[in-house]
Design a protein around this ligand. Structure first.
Ligand code: 13P
Ligand code: ZN
Length: 270
């Protein structure tokens, strides 16, 4: 059997966590990622009949019965994933209608998946219903987006329009906009359910005064979504205290829709 350390999904996960740490999005143990894996790709590297231990999830998700995920560990630092992937990551299979996770690899110090597992799994259910190709849910704490939630109206249309106006290509990258949750207690099923509800209509969900969730078909796409929104928030913070002389008009946004064949969220443009 091939070494799991050579599995493309593991290599890509390590590259992504390292890159996110280097972007300053994941201080200490901040942030978490879950990547949906196909049974055949896991079986190339692991004996999928061998369960190391079973971990209760605290929720049900029958839609994910039998599905495999590579997930960052709770309390683990993204900066350490590259030096000790088997300690900081784990591969689990959901069973018993999602109530239990069978550990097939990783969390080798006795650890377990992220405390945000409910938000991740419930978001996977929501995104898979919209797009069966969705494989990634990613959470992190990018400073500019976070800062923006202290000074900007949290109304989703207003928040989205500001981000779109900060860089020409924002509307192209996330035409559905960003959804926003008010501050809520993290690590709970309640914030998981609220996040999943927001994920039905957008791949980006801001958690006010906390961070952001992104979803996408692969790690690159999801990283790129967050990267683009975070860049827009950075520009907003550079100019928010200055008189605004120019902006990207709604007329210009409509030209972008035509040029790139995208459709802005209904009612978000005048
Ligand atoms: P975990 O260490 O449990 O993944 O938590 C980090 C985090 O960002 C919580 O929102
Ligand atoms: Zn967090």
């Amino acid at each position: 059997m091939k070494s799991i350390l050579e599995a493309p999904f593991l290599v890509e996960m390590i590259r992504t966590t390292t890159n996110m740490y280097n972007h300053g999005w994941d201080e200490r143990n901040g942030g978490n990622i879950s990547l949906l894996l196909e049974p055949e790709e896991v079986a190339e590297y692991l004996d999928i009949r061998h369960v190391i231990r079973t971990i209760p999830t605290g929720f049900t998700a029958p839609e994910l019965e039998g599905r495999y995920f590579l997930v960052t560990g709770t309390g683990k630092y993204f900066k350490n994933v590259e030096v000790a992937p088997d300690v900081n990551l784990g591969i689990v299979r959901l069973v018993d209608s999602g109530r239990q996770a069978e550990l097939l690899w990783g969390y080798s110090d006795g650890g377990q998946f992220t405390s945000e597992f409910p938000a991740h799994m419930m978001s996977h259910v929501a995104r898979l219903a919209v797009d069966p190709a969705n494989h990634v849910v990613m959470h992190c704490h990018p400073a500019n987006l976070l800062a923006m939630t202290y000074i900007h109206d949290l109304d989703e249309r207003a928040f989205t329009r500001t981000l779109w106006q900060m860089c020409t290509e924002c509307i192209v990258v996330f035409p559905e906009g960003v959804n926003v949750l008010p501050w809520m207690l993290c690590g709970t099923n309640e914030i998981g359910e609220a996040t999943a509800e927001k994920m039905k209509t957008a791949r980006l969900v801001v958690w006010a005064q906390h961070g952001i969730y992104g979803a996408g078909k692969d790690l690159d796409e999801t990283f790129g979504l967050i990267e683009t929104a975070e860049k827009a928030a950075e520009i907003y913070l550079k100019i928010a205290h200055l008189p605004l002389v120019n902006t990207i008009s709604d007329e210009a946004m409509h030209l972008l829709e035509k040029r790139f064949g995208i459709k802005a969220r209904e009612g978000y443009l005048d």
